[in-house]
Design a protein around this ligand. Structure first.
Ligand SMILES: *[C@@H]1O[C@H](CO)[C@@H](O)[C@H](O)[C@H]1NC(C)=O
Ligand SMILES: *[C@@H]1O[C@H](CO)[C@@H](O)[C@H](O)[C@H]1NC(C)=O
Ligand SMILES: *[C@@H]1O[C@H](CO)[C@@H](O)[C@H](O)[C@H]1NC(C)=O
Ligand SMILES: *[C@@H]1O[C@H](CO)[C@@H](O)[C@H](O)[C@H]1NC(C)=O
Ligand SMILES: *[C@@H]1O[C@H](CO)[C@@H](O)[C@H](O)[C@H]1NC(C)=O
Ligand SMILES: *[C@@H]1O[C@H](CO)[C@@H](O)[C@H](O)[C@H]1NC(C)=O
Length: 478
């Protein structure tokens, strides 16, 4: 589940807009200039020229990423790489001389990818600092035990580094925080109980670490919490009772990929603002509470890879965007009506859900937004041809292990399709040349015949058919 940190995006946007405001001061304070130039000299590689404008003797308030809101003093450094561009990075370390920038209230070092070194101690020498985002770099080592001294911070993100060891208990002193994001590091140990002191917190992310133990019962005091991500750790037990107190406002609850067990708490159905619920890849058992019918605002629901059993409740959502119920113990028989009728669905995953219908009888209200479909390991018959022909932006269609029976030679699909898995079905006819444009293909164990078109796929993608021939299988007989 992606894109959960809207507050960060909004804040970044505000900072960006503030930067568009031209800064009056021509020159900057000598301490600030010295600190920034020392930072630059700690950078050993800057292939995309992020710091090119940082030149001694030129007004540092107008350097790329520098904001001066109070006269000649630098108040924010915002140096970011482009997330998906490999050549957009900085190598080197964060110079301790940044402590000279005494008026800094915001530090944004994001997606620089190759900044190394330990936790930056200079943060302790910047009394006005309120916003720290050091994300997607390679900082490592432990978090300092006295981290709670930074109690003026309002937003703190170290997402996507390689910090190890425990979350220091002094973090409970960061009581002004509205955002805390330690996601995607290598942190171990348990969540400190003192986190309960963070009463202003609206977004809390510890996802993608190696945290363990039970999720502590700390949420009662967090009356502003809207985003909670604890996914991809080793938490066990069930959700703690105090989560229920978040019902009025919580929008994102992500606890997938842990070791949570028990039954899904029925109080979750009281979460009137819940947009995203991810309980996937845990060991939840029993039924999904009937009261989930009341989750009318839910857009993204992922309950996949648990041990959940029938009956699955009917939901009265206006439109689900993404649904994954795969690999439980459900016997849904058909694709539920409330799914088929969604006007906005882009991802539908119902693998091994005991579906026995014919795709010829499936008439989704809207096919336009579909990106991902996984109907593998069911007993689905008929043909996906009509549906595939209607989608415009489909990226993935997986339906391995069903009873689909149709002429592959006549299949048309969106140009955007990357993955097509139809293995272990009853598909007949020839393999069309259009499959060559896919990135992943599996047509093994069907009844296909004839000469294969030239593709990059291995023999296992075509194995077990009736009479396919040509590379990568054996040559066709003349
Ligand atoms: C990343 O930084 C390390 C250490 O500074 C350096 O050895 C490595 O070459 C850098 N990687 C790239 C792609 O520049
Ligand atoms: C929090 O701060 C107070 C006052 O500065 C201090 O006495 C206390 O030890 C700190 N708590 C932790 C857990 O560090
Ligand atoms: C998962 O939790 C159970 C207890 O509920 C425990 O016995 C088991 O060792 C845990 N597994 C992992 C991989 O942590
Ligand atoms: C939905 O909520 C209403 C009021 O909050 C409650 O009376 C009703 O029983 C709930 N529906 C289900 C199916 O639990
Ligand atoms: C695919 O759709 C087009 C119109 O959008 C139609 O002309 C064509 O016959 C369809 N092909 C198949 C195989 O259904
Ligand atoms: C295709 O699927 C079969 C089983 O369904 C599997 O054994 C084979 O490795 C797969 N091949 C590819 C290329 O994914």
């Amino acid at each position: 589940m992606k894109s959960s940190f809207f507050p960060l995006i909004i804040l970044t946007a505000i900072i960006f807009l503030r930067r568009l405001n031209p800064t009056e001061a021509a020159t900057c304070h000598p301490d600030d200039e010295a600190g920034l130039l020392a930072f630059k000299s700690g950078i050993t590689r800057d292939p995309s020229g992020i710091l090119t404008t940082w030149k001694k003797g030129t007004p540092c308030c107008s350097w790329n990423g520098i904001t001066c809101l109070t006269g000649d003093r630098v108040t924010a450094i915002s140096v970011g790489g482009q997330a998906d561009v490999a050549g957009s990075f900085l190598s080197g370390t964060l110079s301790p001389s940044l402590s000279k920038l005494k008026h800094l209230d915001g530090i944004y070092f994001t997606d620089l990818k190759n900044i190394t070194g330990p936790f930056p101690q200079f943060l302790f020498q910047l009394p006005q600092l309120k916003y720290v985002y050091i994300e997607h770099n390679r900082l490592s080592g432990p978090l300092p035990t006295n981290i709670g001294v930074l109690n003026q911070l309002e937003a703190f993100s170290l997402e996507g580094n390689r910090f190890t060891g425990p979350i220091p208990s002094s973090i409970s002193n960061l009581t002004r925080l509205s955002q805390l994001n330690l996601g995607n590091n290598l942190l171990t140990g348990t969540i400190p109980l003192g986190i309960a002191n963070l009463k202003l917190i609206s977004s809390l992310n510890f996802g993608g670490n190696r945290l363990s133990g039970t999720i502590p019962d700390i949420f009662k005091s967090m009356t502003n919490l809207r985003f909670l991500t604890l996914s991809r750790n080793q938490f066990s037990g069930n959700l703690p009772p105090s989560i229920e107190s978040l019902a009025p406002i919580l929008r994102f609850l992500e606890v997938g990929q842990n070791n949570l067990s028990g039954t899904i708490p029925s109080y979750l159905s009281k979460f009137k603002a819940l947009d995203t619920l991810d309980l996937s890849r845990n060991r939840y058992s029993g039924i999904v509470p009937k009261s989930f019918a009341n989750l009318t605002k839910i857009f993204n629901l992922d309950l996949s890879h648990n041990l959940l059993t029938d009956p699955f409740p009917v939901l009265y959502v206006k439109g689900i965007e993404s649904l994954d119920l795969s690999y439980n113990r459900f016997h849904l028989n058909t694709i539920p009506k409330w799914v088929t009728s969604s006007p906005i669905i882009f991802s539908l995953k119902l693998a091994k859900c005991g579906i026995k219908m014919s795709l010829d009888d499936w008439n989704p209200a809207e096919t336009y937004y579909y990106d991902f479909i996984d109907l593998s390991e069911n007993e689905i018959s008929g043909s996906p041809a009509r549906f595939l022909n209607e989608t415009k932006y489909l990226v993935e269609f997986k339906a391995a292990g069903n009873k689909l029976r149709f002429d592959m030679g006549k299949l048309t699909f969106a140009k955007t399709l990357e993955t097509l898995d139809l293995s272990r079905n009853l598909v007949f006819g020839k393999v069309p040349a259009t499959v060559a444009g896919l990135q992943k293909l599996n047509l093994s164990q069907n009844h296909l015949c004839g000469k294969l078109p030239a593709t990059k796929f291995p023999a296992s993608a075509f194995a077990g058919n009736d009479c396919l021939c040509g590379a990568p299988l054996s040559p066709c007989k003349v």
